[in-house]
Design a binder for this molecule. Structure first.
Ligand code: 13P
Length: 250
């Protein structure tokens, strides 16, 4: 039985005051929720504020990125130790925006993932093809490479701290959600790839989230699919009412 996860990725939105206001509005709306894990990923600067706001609730806080070194002359970067100190339990790694705008490679994704796991964070590793790659019939090949290289050199116990997020780039922020069938098809493929590179037992237990224009009105259909174990929500996670509605998809 895989416990579903609904995660919100705020990207570069919200100040600390806006973060506090969000949780003041969200927490009362999700008091009775037990069917899923709930995660919010604010920008670095608001992580500690967010962690204080969710203390004693079932909401966990995630970083959106990290550096693999513990300390050092890496201007502008943040280490796993600092994220733990700020109250993080999760870290998003390899988001397509990091790959596209900031040069994150599969090798970096792997280094970051290994650093996160070593430090005790749960890693939400993002994969997904661009529209050009899908149109060229290369979606499966691209996702296979991202999964295999991003998760290279990991042991079976490591994999129990990994969550995969399938986010087709053409569905992010475009309002063009993958249909539940397309998403579920790729999730099944990802599970197959993990079975090949690790084991069927790991593939059966690893949680795979879908991301890309998830909204209150499409979450239920996505979550009905057997291989979809949750969602990584961008825009619709910024509003407490819409994020609460997504959390309460059942
Ligand atoms: P949207 O939900 O805004 O499409 O963003 C998805 C995403 O990139 C989550 O990480």
């Amino acid at each position: 039985m895989r416990q579903p996860i609904i995660a919100g990725n705020w990207k570069m939105f919200k100040t600390r005051a806006e973060t506090s206001a969000f949780f003041d509005a969200l927490i009362p709306q999700i008091q009775d929720v037990e069917h899923c894990d709930i995660v919010i990923a604010p920008p670095f600067i608001s992580l500690a504020t967010a962690a204080e706001e969710v203390d004693g609730t079932r909401v966990a806080i995630s970083a959106q990125n990290l550096h693999w070194e513990e300390n050092g002359a890496y201007t502008g970067e943040v280490s796993v130790r600092m994220l733990l100190d700020a109250g993080c339990k999760y870290a998003i790694i390899g988001h397509s925006e990091r790959r596209q705008y900031f040069g994150d490679t599969d090798e970096w994704v792997n280094r970051k993932t290994r650093a996160a796991l070593k430090g005790g964070l749960q890693a939400i590793v993002c994969v997904g093809e661009t529209l050009a790659e899908r149109d060229a019939g290369r979606a499966s090949e691209v996702v296979r490479r991202q999964v295999a290289e991003g998760m290279a050199q990991l042991t079976e116990p490591d994999l129990s701290h990994i969550i995969v997020a399938y986010e087709p780039v053409w569905a992010i922020g475009t309002g063009r959600t993958a249909t539940p069938e397309v998403a579920a098809g790729m999730h099944a493929e990802i599970r197959k790839i993990i079975a090949e590179i690790q084991s069927k037992a790991v593939a059966d237990t690893i949680r795979i989230l879908y991301g890309g224009s998830v909204k209150p009105d499409n979450i239920s259909a996505l979550m009905k699919k057997e291989d979809i174990d949750g969602a990584l929500v961008g825009g619709a996670s910024l509003d407490p009412a819409s994020f609460a509605a997504i959390i309460k998809y059942i």
